[in-house]
Ligand binder design. Structure first.
Ligand code: SAH
Length: 269
């Protein structure tokens, strides 16, 4: 009998190295985990598989479990949505279908575990850097990605699901929002960023936007790097950066600036 063509074997190897396997099987015990309920599990890890978050995923510093919503659908066609009660455009994800997926997503999570369940939604509380920090302290998070017009309200009530928005605009689905939330959280996990100090000075960490950054060449199209930055006076550089951060925040984000002044005032009291 003829030997099997070599390419079959190779194919197998490639199959077993799918991102999916990397996502679920290499995590260290107790590593922070994101479970994502989605109609598009193949959209994960997506950009999270690149650069620092991707390296950390491969190193098992966190894990990602996409949960396909489709198999929890109704009937032969695994329908997951239906028309909105009361009429109107679009479709709504069904509460019964979502609850089956949510129950499956809860498997293996210790009762009483610090493990928020979040529905990505433009109606939600705006996601902030503090939320990302808060999520790093949880054991993991379950994210529900909506599609179409969103999800049946009853499932949000029944499961006490938090609604979180990534901004005042409408996306087609929750997947990009979920990836944004995961990215912001994972980079704050211990040992994910090479340089931990860089998360302490960046925008929002203390309520201010970041100062301008420069690198070589020293002069580019007739523009020079501010002299102070090449002076070697660390104290003066720190003061200059502070001043720039305050100016930028005051000009661009009066809302953050007010909150910053208020926090400073309280600290002095
Ligand atoms: N009809 C809804 C929008 C649905 S958009 C409304 O007007 O509120 C489809 C899905 O995309 C949502 O269910 C949600 O999961 C996701 N989505 C859209 N915009 C988002 C945002 N700004 N933040 C987080 N998720 C968002």
């Amino acid at each position: 009998m003829a030997e099997k063509p070599r390419s079959h074997g190779l194919k197998k190897v490639r199959l077993s190295a799918r991102p999916r396997d990397l996502m679920a099987e290499t995590a260290r015990p107790g590593a922070w985990e994101a479970r994502v309920i989605t109609l598009f599990p193949q959209a994960f890890p997506g950009v999270l598989g690149e650069s620092l978050t991707g390296r950390a995923l491969k190193d098992g510093l966190w894990s990602l479990t996409p949960i396909d919503l489709r198999p929890f659908g109704e009937g032969r066609h695994r329908n997951v949505d239906d028309t909105p009660a009361g009429g109107g455009a679009g479709m709504v994800l069904r509460a019964d279908v979502l609850s089956r997926a949510l129950d499956a997503a809860a498997e293996g999570i210790r009762p009483g575990a610090d493990w928020p369940v979040i529905y990505l939604s433009p109606r939600g509380r705006p996601f902030t850097q503090q939320d990302a920090r808060r999520l790093t302290r949880a054991e993991g998070v379950t994210l529900l990605c909506g599609r179409f017009e969103g999800v049946d309200e009853r499932v949000l009530e029944e499961y006490a699901i938090e609604e979180v928005s990534i901004g005042d605009f409408i996306l087609t689905g929750g997947e990009i929002a979920a990836q944004a939330l995961i990215d912001a959280t994972v980079r704050l996990l211990p040992n994910v960023l090479g340089n931990q100090a860089s998360t302490e000075e960046e925008s929002f960490s203390d309520g201010l936007l970041e100062h301008p950054q420069y690198t070589r060449p020293a002069t580019w199209r007739g523009r020079s790097i501010p002299e102070i930055l090449t002076s070697g006076h660390h104290g003066e550089i720190a003061r200059w950066r502070r001043r720039m951060r305050e100016e930028l925040t005051r000009k661009r984000r009066p809302d953050l600036w007010r909150a910053y002044l208020e926090a400073e005032r309280k600290q002095k009291e």
